[in-house]
Design a binder for this molecule. Structure first.
Ligand code: FAD
Length: 284
């Protein structure tokens, strides 16, 4: 990954090179290590930008976010291909979000969607209204910020839900006959959604390190972990070791006695670059 600043207390913006195309509104599964369960994060950057950003809340007792918060530029991050159908199109819609839940709308805005969009954004404090300047400049009177604590002038008091129950929604532009789509994306949705999605982690989600790892230079114990990550039998570690250090294999497809799908699976995560590996590791 390339950057991980804490943008407001407890909220980080993690960036990594864009190695895939995505539709604004999609998410990725992330982890710091293929043996640690993944969690899901909405992409917050534009679809044409060179870096992918995600916004995450640090959950101090959480499994993954304390690990994410410790990442520094250059550290390895494992990421799935983008997925999800929470997408929007040209034309009017209402976007409603609180906290880091604004990420998919930020991605949509940074990808060029703004005409006819209205955002009701909520947070406890003004500082927590992430990227409020960007939204205010782009959406103007259709940007409706709410603060539930310390409400400054020009901001609506209370949560987004209070705003929605006490205010009539602004009309869509007269030119549009399209049906209104109200998009709800608050943090409260995440824990109920996480249950059924959890079964996809690791085993079914293909994780790709942003930079592929070099297989050459790994010890037999490290190759055993590789075999476990790629769902290969334990003996595959010994086979890989043999190909790498006795038979001088320089590609995964050359490892002909590995299980049939192994080269394809492994090539998503690893490559073989003898020149990049440290010398004299005492591998065997
Ligand atoms: C579709 C989808 C998109 C998501 N997008 C984002 C995103 O863009 N940004 C983001 O930060 N998160 C997002 N999440 C939530 C994210 O996947 C993790 O659940 C979250 O980061 C916590 O992970 P953890 O491993 O640190 O905590 P866990 O180990 O999973 O949780 C530990 C405990 O903390 C509680 N907890 C979890 N999240 C919070 C929270 N935010 N505040 C307080 N307590 C919490 C849990 O209920 C649990 O009791 C998304 C989830 C889904 C399903």
């Amino acid at each position: 990954m390339t950057a991980n600043p804490q943008v407001v207390p407890g909220i980080f913006r993690l960036s990594f090179p864009r190695i895939f195309d995505f539709v604004p509104g999609q998410l990725v599964a992330l982890t710091t290590d293929p043996l640690v369960p993944v969690r899901f994060y909405s992409i917050a950057s534009g679809s044409g930008e060179p870096q992918v950003d995600i916004l995450f809340d640090l959950v101090p007792q959480g499994l993954l976010t304390p690990r994410l918060a410790r990442l520094a530029p250059g550290d390895t991050l494992y990421v799935s291909p983008p997925f999800g159908r929470f997408v929007d199109s040209e034309g009017p819609s209402f976007w409603v979000a609180a906290g880091t839940g604004v990420a998919p709308f930020l991605s949509m805005l940074r990808s060029g969607l703004r005409e006819g969009k209205t955002l009701v954004q909520g947070s406890r404090t003004v500082a927590g209204l992430l990227e409020r300047g960007l939204f205010a400049d782009a959406l103007r009177e259709r940007y409706l910020p709410c603060c539930s604590r310390k409400t400054p002038k020009g901001y609506s008091p209370g949560r987004t839900t209070e705003w929605l129950t006490t205010n009539p929604l602004p009309p869509f532009p007269a030119s549009s006959s399209a049906a209104a789509a109200a998009w709800w994306w608050t943090r409260g949705t995440s824990s109920s959604a996480r249950g059924p999605l959890r079964k996809y982690h690791r085993g079914n989600i293909l994780l790709t390190p942003v930079m592929k790892e070099n297989l050459f230079g790994k010890t037999i114990d490290q190759l055993s972990a590789v075999a476990q990550i790629a769902d290969l039998p334990r003996f595959a570690a010994r086979q890989m070791c043999d190909w790498l250090y006795r038979k001088d294999a320089r590609s995964l497809s050359a490892m002909t006695n590995l299980p049939r799908r192994a080269p394809e699976t492994l090539s998503e995560l690893y490559d073989i670059e003898p020149s990049a590996a440290g010398q004299g590791d005492g591998i065997l």
